[in-house]
Design a protein around this ligand. Structure first.
Ligand code: NOJ
Length: 498
């Protein structure tokens, strides 16, 4: 094998390391300083929903008031009980040998009513203890400020549809920076705005607003404003104690269903709606929504006799604030869909899907997971990364989530197979295509509460026994695979019979 030594300059510019050398193209190894880690989110693992001064979140309210909306009628009241068992979680992270742990802070655990006039010191103590335990074990904390568990008190004011939320989010971020800055040097403001705006305000996730084509756009607008304001706060006041602030966006690859021009265009439009909606304002040169999204929603709103577009407009100041407001793009990628142009008439009822104008499907023969939406299509990962590279001038990307759900069981060779395929696609994107990806995060460290799917879909490297009193965690085969990956930075050659 010829070993061409390539200097990996991105790590230099990102400041994580000095020059990194590595040997493409035949090796299965990532650059030496590539980060491997795992992720979780507060509501999905912590439990202790009303313990020690925590306020109610929209997911507490929703799962309690509408258990019928949750597949198995469960909730996150206890889940993996990480509020009490975080030391056990860190022990697992040590066992995995990961470089980083991505977790989220519960806004209502810190500010029970959402507002910064009342800080819950027990909440601060909990996260401080977790962060200290990580640091003692040389694991880098990467912290998400908002992973969908909005304080119910703020939802009572309209939640993400009320423009004031941006100020409240800024106040919350200031508390986090003050309390944890210095110890936590990499922050993610918001996780998957597409999911919670489209799913929560346009659909059946909490708070279940079901107002697609309206509230989802208002939510998205305020998310972008809030994110921009927090980024500016970081640049103005916290550059000494914090290194990087980014945002995590989800991007499933959207492939044209046929080679026809119409489907090619529909797929590109869909990418702009699903991903460009949030990525374009931050990572393109314009600071604004994708032009095709603007054009379609303005035109369709008019046809529907609305006096103004259902997609709000940014002010000049907001555009300047949002443009370039991230040091890295956190990418969640799981699967691929096909897009066919929708040739039907525009309906009089507003909806995101009608505005987007594509019909979404998946190929029957794509291998399944235990989630209806998640099919195993590794090549879509490489395509997504390259699309980002070309669309936004090759930004720095951290893969903040990727993973597969299965049923209960410790021998998860299908998960290892998923990892093998997706990691090889990632390696190609990094080594052959020069995508500036510097880390990979598996979702999830352990099984957890999968939102409206309850406990029916398990993504963990560790299985959680929810009926045992101490929520026993047991390593799956994939945990052993991941240990090898994290410790060698090379994709393991694995005996799939284990
Ligand atoms: C993305 C979300 O961020 C996470 O909360 C969820 O559990 C995974 N996808 C799997 O669906």
């Amino acid at each position: 094998m010829t070993c061409k030594i390539i200097t990996y300059a991105i790590f230099l510019t990102f400041g994580y390391a000095s020059a990194v050398t590595y040997q493409p193209p035949n090796s299965l190894c990532f650059p030496k300083n590539f980060f491997f880690g795992v992720a979780t989110a507060a509501y999905q693992i912590e439990g202790a929903w009303n313990a020690s001064g925590k306020g109610e979140s929209i997911w507490d309210r929703y799962t309690h008031a509408r258990p019928d909306r949750i597949f198995d009628h469960h909730n996150g009241d206890v889940t993996a009980d990480s509020y009490h068992l975080f030391e056990e979680d860190v022990r697992m992270l040590v066992e995995l040998g990961v470089q980083h742990y991505r977790f989220s802070i519960s806004w209502p655990r810190i500010l029970p009513n959402g507002l910064s006039n009342e800080i819950n010191e027990d909440g601060i103590r909990y996260y401080m203890a977790l962060i200290d335990e990580l640091k003692r074990n040389d694991i880098l904390p990467i912290v998400t400020m908002y992973h969908w568990d909005l304080p119910q008190a703020l939802q009572d004011l309209g939640g993400w549809t009320n423009p004031i939320i941006a100020e409240y989010f800024l106040d919350y971020a200031r508390v986090l920076f003050d309390k944890f800055g210095g110890k936590v040097r990499t922050w993610i403001t918001i996780n998957e705005p597409l999911s919670f705006c489209h799913g929560g305000y346009g659909g059946l996730d909490a708070p279940g607003a079901e107002s697609s084509g309206f509230e989802d756009y208002l939510c998205g607008h305020n998310v972008l404003r809030a994110h921009g304001m927090v980024y500016q706060l970081f640049r103005d006041k916290y550059m000494d104690s914090i290194d990087y602030v980014g945002i995590t966006l989800d991007f499933s690859w959207l492939e044209p269903a046929t080679t026809s021009n119409a489907d090619q265009m529909a797929a590109e439009t869909a990418r702009q709606f699903y991903f460009g909606w949030f990525a374009h304002p931050i990572f393109s040169k314009t600071g604004d929504y994708p032009p095709i999204m603007r054009k379609r929603i303005d035109a369709i709103s008019k046809l529907q006799h609305f006096p103004r577009s259902r997609l709000p407009y940014f002010t000049r100041e907001e555009i300047m604030l949002i443009h370039g407001s991230a040091d890295f793009l956190g990418l969640n990628h799981y699967t691929t869909y096909l897009i066919t142009k929708n040739r039907g008439n525009i309906s009089s009822t507003p909806s995101f899907k009608a505005d987007m104008g594509g019909i979404v499907s998946q190929k029957k023969e794509w291998p399944k997971s235990n989630s209806t939406w998640l099919k195993v299509v590794p090549w879509g990962f490489r395509k997504s990364l390259n699309w980002i590279r070309l669309a936004y001038d090759n930004p720095k990307v951290m893969v903040t989530e990727n993973g597969m759900s299965l049923e209960k069981g410790l021998k998860d060779s299908r998960r290892i197979n998923y990892l093998d395929g997706y990691l090889k696609a990632l390696l190609m994107a990094v080594t052959k295509d020069n995508c500036r990806v510097y880390g990979y995060t598996y979702w999830s460290l352990m099984d957890n509460f999968e939102w409206t799917r309850g406990f029916s879909e398990r993504f963990g490297l560790y299985e959680v026994d929810y009926v045992s009193p101490n929520k026993t965690r047991i390593a799956r085969s994939s945990a052993r695979y991941f240990t090898q990956l994290a410790q060698t930075r090379c994709i393991p050659t694995w005996n799939y019979t284990v």
